[in-house]
Structures are given as structure tokens and as C-alpha cells.
Design a protein around this ligand. Structure first.
Ligand SMILES: Nc1ncnc2c1ncn2[C@@H]1O[C@H](COP(=O)(O)OP(=O)(O)OP(=O)(O)O)[C@@H](O)[C@H]1O
Ligand SMILES: [Mg+2]
Length: 493
């Protein structure tokens, strides 16, 4: 009986014996190539005419590489593992396999590299089930509209730039404007919300990697998060693969009906790594020396995040790609690409950051194109009024620079706007629940904060938020109930 015909419960020995009995000697031909040159994380290999794109090559010293460029005489491969012995002349064979990564709940709370190897010194991870790093995005028929909210815990995002589960929202801004801090806060805000998270760190310094993992661990967010790391010192091949590995991990959870949030920190470094690899492999450079398919690379990554329809399990993958701009230039090549791929962007402004308006989100240049549908009607109604006030204030504030005398009504609006700006500031690692959002929005719209300044304002806000957190009311309880129970703590002046 052949080994495949044995029952599933058959012992490994029985399987082996069955396999031996039916084994037939046959002539097998295999190609063997050899390395022509190696360096900069790239290997040029000769003598493998039937190599396919994206196939894994194995070298006799144990190194591995991914076929990335097919030339007429040589193939170019990006190295995934490299031993000291790998030099010109080392033999190479084709494995016929494509890259995949083990997935599943064992990855929660773990820090892994893009090939799924643990980096946290913990126990080894199970080898199956596995998912390919590159997979087709879900078909249109299998997708649903984005209609469930993803709570970010951030005052500005949840009120003015609401996110829905399955949305792809770009976080964009200059270096050091708080992009990673914002994304990390959103991961931390998922505590107790039954959302799994994947945080992908691409080409970060070890200090930044450790700080991120520590923040996750300290807040308890690591329990529902997997961190995929390709440090700055890692091989370029691993940095290139990191977002795809994170995506594959998230996708596995999405397909079993879970909600997942995945952060790619950041895709501008990823683009630069891809450019570096492509130039080393002598691909023709295009705009800003990036290879021509850089748009395709990022779009096929982000297309995989979506909200699945009920007949596909109803899971979702929300993506927060981060991109860095130079001197606020959002019209550069990679930022415009990503803006056009995603469903909206959160723009972080260096000037707001310098003035201490943290998080430095510039509302006028940020947008969420689909999340509004997912926002709770109670919050939408309150936030609409507040947003109008805030945008009007931003326009009017420009006039105050000239120092001219203003009408009393305009002055009142500006005073209220300044108050609102203070209220919108938010510390790191202090996410708000939707109920707390509703409470402060109603309190602001009712004018309960008017006349307060500085510490008094912060104390009033903190008291209100604490009352809202302790209150049994939910978002569906109606404005009146909220007003009476939580907001009436302070009579308008
Ligand atoms: N809401 C906030 N409150 C206080 N400090 C903040 C806030 N957001 C960010 N910061 C501080 O701003 C600094 C820069 O933040 P962060 O590293 O997240 O920026 P970044 O845009 O990711 O930078 P990089 O370009 O280096 O990745 C950090 O020191 C962080 O602690
Ligand atoms: Mg950062």
C-alpha cells in the first residue's frame, strides 16, 4: 500500500516502511549552478537556466537566496541567510519552493524576523500552518464595505478622521514628527477590543526597536501583538521582505475571521531598500532612481488589507503604512504613490510639533475617505460641530497675526478655538475609549470648558474623562442621558 493510502493515524514508522516498499529508483536530473559573484546582500549565480522568479535557491554552505532577476546568462538573487563560507564558486541548487512563513496564534507576544525566526530568545515557533509571503489579494466578491469602526484612542483621529476596520490609512510626515508614536498608540488602544496587531519595523536602529517592544510590553499590548523586525543592520533582502511577512501573518488571522491591525513602519525605508536592491541588480532606474514597479510593489502589499464579507469569515485587516517626507514635500514620488493607494492620510506637521501641539496632526491636510461610514452616529453628530468650529478657527487665526482689532464675535470664536486646540492635545500612551470621546465632545459643544485655561482646563478634562470611564452609559444611551450623568458636573460660567 503506498504511504498516501495509509490512514491518517498510521505511525511514522509504518509510513516510512510503506514508502520504502513502493520506492523505485529513477534517473533524476537536477541543475547545479555556481555563484559568480557575491556582495551587498546579492548573489549572482550561473548555470541555473530553469530558475523562476521568486524561487528559493540553496547554496552548499547552507545560505539561501531568493531569485529576483533573470538574466540571459546569470541570475541575480537576494540573500536571505548568508554564511561566512559563501564565495564565488559555491554550488547552488533550485528548491522549487517559494517563500512562506509559519503563521498562527503562537506568534502573539513574539518578536520575529521576516522569515519567522524568533528574535526574543523565546522558544522556537511551530513550523506550520504556513502562508506564502506573496499572495493574491482577496477577490472583490469576497470583500465587504468598511462599516465597523476601528477605535484609535486618539482624539483627533476618532473625531475628525475616523477609521473603519479594513481601511488603509497612511501616516505621513517629516522625520521625528511623532509618526511611530501615533501608530504605537493606536496599537495600544486595541487593548480589550479583540483586535490582533502586527507591528512591522523596517530598518530601525536597535534602540528604536527595543523602545517599541518595551512600550508594547509595559502596556500589555504585546499579548495581542506580533512584532516583525528587520533591523538597520539586517540584510537588505530581509528588510525588503519584512512588510510582506507582517502582511502574511495578519492575513492568516483575517481569513479565520479575526480583526487585525498592521503597522508598516516605515514604507519609505522599504522603498529605499528596494531601490538599493534593484540598482545592485542593474534594473533600469526610473523616477527618483526608484525601479519602475515600486508602485506595484506597494499596491500589491496594501491591496491585501480589506474587510472580508460574511461568507469569507468576516475578518478584516486594517493597515497603517507610515511614510516619511522630506521638508513636508508630500508631492514626492513615494508619498504620492502611497497617498493614491490608501484610503486617506494622517498628516503630521513639523511646525505644529515645534509649537507643542501634540500629536502634531494637521487636520486641514488629513483625510479619511471611508471611515466616516463606520463612525458611531452619536460621535459623528458631536464631532461634526466641533470640527466646524476648529476649521473656522484655523482660518480666522491667520488674521490675528496682523494684530488688527477684531469684532467681538470673531474674538469669541478664536478664544473657543484656542480652548479646543488645548483640548485636542494628547499625551502618549493615553488612549481614550469611545465613551470618553463622546463625553468630552458633548462637554465642549455644551460650552462646559469655556473660561478655563491651563491647569484648570486639564483638571476639568481629566475629571470628565474619569467620570465617563466610570459611567455605565454606552454610546447608544442618547445625548440627554450623557449630559445629565457626566457632563453636568460643572455649570457653564
Ligand atoms: N503625543 C505626544 N506627546 C508627547 N511626545 C510625543 C508625542 N508624540 C510624539 N512624541 C515625541 O516625539 C518624538 C518623535 O516621535 P517619533 O519617534 O514617533 O517620530 P517619528 O516621526 O516616528 O520619527 P522618525 O522619523 O525618526 O521615525 C519622540 O520623542 C516622542 O516621544
Ligand atoms: Mg518613526
Amino acid at each position: 500500500m503506498p504511504a498516501e493510502a495509509l490512514p491518517a493515524t498510521a505511525s511514522p514508522l509504518a509510513r516510512q516502511t510503506a514508502w520504502l516498499k513502493t520506492y523505485q529508483f529513477a534517473l533524476r536530473l537536477a541543475e547545479q549552478g555556481k555563484v559568480a559573484a557575491v556582495g551587498d546582500g546579492i548573489a549572482w549565480v550561473e548555470g541555473l537556466p530553469s530558475a523562476a522568479m521568486d524561487e528559493i535557491l540553496r547554496f552548499e554552505d547552507g545560505s539561501e537566496a531568493l531569485v529576483f532577476h533573470l538574466g540571459s546568462r546569470r541570475i541575480g538573487a537576494i540573500l536571505l541567510r548568508q554564511s561566512e563560507q559563501l564565495t564565488a564558486g559555491t554550488a547552488a541548487i533550485l528548491t522549487g519552493r517559494r517563500l512562506d512563513i509559519a503563521v498562527g496564534d503562537a506568534y502573539l507576544g513574539r518578536v520575529v524576523d521576516p522569515l519567522g525566526r524568533p528574535l526574543d530568545g523565546g522558544p522556537p515557533l511551530p513550523a506550520s500552518p504556513r502562508r506564502p509571503l506573496e499572495a493574491a489579494s482577496p477577490p472583490i466578491i469576497g470583500r465587504d464595505f468598511v462599516r465597523r469602526p476601528l477605535i484609535s484612542g486618539n482624539k483627533i483621529v476618532d473625531s475628525m478622521l475616523p477609521l473603519g476596520k479594513g481601511q488603509r490609512q497612511l501616516v505621513i510626515g517629516d522625520a521625528g514628527t511623532g509618526k511611530s508614536a501615533l501608530a504605537l498608540d493606536m496599537v495600544i488602544a486595541q487593548q480589550g477590543r479583540n483586535v490582533r496587531c502586527v507591528y512591522v519595523l523596517i530598518s530601525r536602529k536597535r534602540s528604536a526597536v527595543v523602545a517599541t517592544i518595551e512600550a508594547l510590553r509595559r502596556t500589555g499590548a504585546l499579548d495581542y501583538t506580533c512584532v516583525v523586525v528587520a533591523e538597520a543592520t539586517a540584510m537588505p533582502g530581509l528588510k525588503f521582505l519584512a512588510p510582506f511577512a507582517g502582511c502574511a501573518l495578519a492575513e492568516a488571522w483575517m481569513w479565520v475571521g479575526r480583526d487585525v491591525l498592521v503597522v508598516y513602519d516605515d514604507l519609505s525605508t522599504h522603498a529605499r531598500t528596494y531601490r538599493e536592491l534593484s540598482l545592485l541588480l542593474r534594473r533600469p532606474p526610473g523616477r527618483e532612481a526608484y525601479p519602475g514597479d515600486i508602485f506595484f510593489l506597494h499596491s500589491r502589499l496594501l491591496e491585501r488589507s480589506t474587510c472580508l464579507a460574511a461568507h469569507c469569515g468576516g475578518g478584516s485587516m486594517t493597515a497603517l503604512p507610515i511614510v516619511e517626507t522630506e521638508q513636508g514635500e508630500i508631492a514626492a514620488y513615494i508619498p504620492t504613490n502611497l497617498i493614491s493607494i490608501t484610503d486617506g492620510q494622517i498628516y503630521l506637521d513639523p511646525q505644529l510639533f515645534a509649537r507643542g501641539f501634540l500629536p502634531a496632526i494637521d487636520v486641514t491636510r488629513s483625510v479619511s475617505r471611508i471611515g466616516g461610514k463606520a463612525q458611531h452616529p452619536a460621535i459623528r453628530a458631536e464631532a461634526g460641530r466641533m470640527k466646524l468650529d476648529f476649521l473656522q478657527f484655523l482660518e480666522l487665526e491667520v488674521f490675528t497675526r496682523f494684530g488688527s482689532r477684531l469684532e467681538a464675535s470673531i474674538e469669541a470664536k478664536i478664544r473657543r478655538g484656542r480652548l479646543l486646540r488645548e483640548l485636542l492635545k494628547q499625551e502618549r500612551l493615553a488612549p481614550l475609549s469611545p465613551e470618553q470621546h463622546l463625553a468630552w465632545l458633548i462637554a465642549y459643544n455644551e460650552g462646559r470648558f469655556d473660561g478655563l485655561e491651563g491647569d484648570a482646563l486639564m483638571t476639568a478634562l481629566a475629571t470628565l474623562l474619569a467620570r465617563a470611564a466610570a459611567s455605565p452609559l454606552t454610546l447608544n444611551d442618547g445625548r440627554e442621558a450623557w449630559r445629565r450623568a457626566v457632563i453636568e458636573w460643572r455649570k457653564p460660567p
